[in-house]
Design a protein around this ligand. Structure first.
Ligand SMILES: Cc1cc2nc3c(=O)[nH]c(=O)nc-3n(C[C@H](O)[C@H](O)[C@H](O)COP(=O)(O)O)c2cc1C
Length: 302
């Protein structure tokens, strides 16, 4: 047997072993039966605006709950401990860092084949320039198609996900074979882009055309049989906002129109149905009104 054939066999068996221990997509048994027992989704639920949790809060007060939030100690975890499976970190992180916005990415490969997939290791990280970050996890076998496309063509459209889109968006996360378009899987509609080749999702309230600025691959953490994990930095090249969802200057999107979905732990999603506001202080305005800040300010001058 040639050495390359031996290598192929070795990586194939690594792949099979990786696939066996990969439990990211949980088995939910009869989910339809479970969901049937739940109340219907209230499409008309208004977004209420309440007071903040402690409206009378004062500087230096911490959490005014009589120590309740200090009652339990923390349990220390080494994420790299040899007996801690990767899946435990996955479950901990997606349940503990929540809610996460869902970036719904439209990409194409160098042959022009289209892809559409959701990512919640996603965030806007600046506005000047408008920058976004997306994280691609490793999986058994090939890298995520979206990541491959971003590497190949350097272009995408980031689309927002509203409540009414979630079933269609969730369906695009299926592990479709490379080159199969999830546009068909979802039934969502394409709209043309201006500065990049991939299409925009017409149903989304907000589309951001973008180009890849930088890629960081986590080669030092690669496991046998698993694809590379990577993070991609994307710079916006064009914004599209659905008419009727923003103010006249297109400076503010109406939450009632956006109806954003947040991803939580497991396969849970959350909706925004209650909000509150907290004004932000300015040091120079607050110091004369508050003894603690005045003391800190005086100490700073010594
Ligand atoms: C709401 C949601 C968020 C997801 N977030 C991520 C993510 O941040 N990173 C990731 O690698 N996979 C994520 N996934 C899984 C990918 O969408 C899934 O692996 C998909 O098949 C990738 O598609 P692609 O190979 O066509 O790019 C998410 C799935 C869902 C449903």
């Amino acid at each position: 047997m040639s050495s390359s054939a031996t290598a192929a066999t070795a990586s194939e068996s690594d792949n099979i072993a990786a696939l066996k221990s990969y439990k990211i997509v949980q088995n939910f048994g009869n989910f339809a039966e479970t969901e049937a027992k739940r109340p219907d989704f209230d499409h008309a639920k208004p977004i209420e605006v309440t007071k903040s949790p402690y409206p009378e809060w004062k500087y230096g007060e911490g959490v005014p709950d009589n120590g309740a939030s200090l009652a339990q100690k923390h349990h220390e975890i080494d994420p790299y401990a040899p007996d801690r499976p990767m899946i435990n970190n996955y479950r901990l992180l997606v349940s503990g860092i929540a809610p996460r916005p869902v970036g719904f990415l439209s990409t194409i490969n160098c042959r022009g084949q289209k892809n559409l997939s959701p990512f919640s290791y996603f965030q806007v990280i600046d506005h000047d320039p408008p920058m976004f970050i997306v994280g691609f996890s490793s999986r058994p076998g090939r890298v995520k198609d979206t990541y491959r496309n971003l590497k190949e063509t350097g272009e995408c459209v980031i689309n927002t996900v509203s409540e009414n889109m979630i079933e269609a968006v969730n369906a695009t996360s299926i592990d479709a074979p490379y080159g199969v378009s999830e546009w068909e899987v979802s039934g969502l509609h394409e709209a043309p882009s201006t500065t990049v080749k991939p299409s925009r999702v017409e149903e989304s309230v907000f589309n951001i055309e973008g180009k890849v600025i930088d890629i960081k691959e986590f080669t030092d953490h690669r496991q046998p049989g698993m694809s590379l994990a990577a993070t991609v930095l994307i710079k916006a090249t064009r914004f599209w906002v659905k008419e009727g969802t923003a103010d006249a200057d297109y400076t503010h999107i109406d939450l009632e129109k956006l109806r954003p979905i947040g991803q939580l732990g497991g396969v849970s999603y959350g909706r925004v149905v209650s909000t509150f506001e907290r004004p932000r202080g300015k040091w120079d305005n607050e110091v004369p009104k508050n003894d603690l800040l005045a003391e800190l300010d005086a100490a700073k001058l010594k």
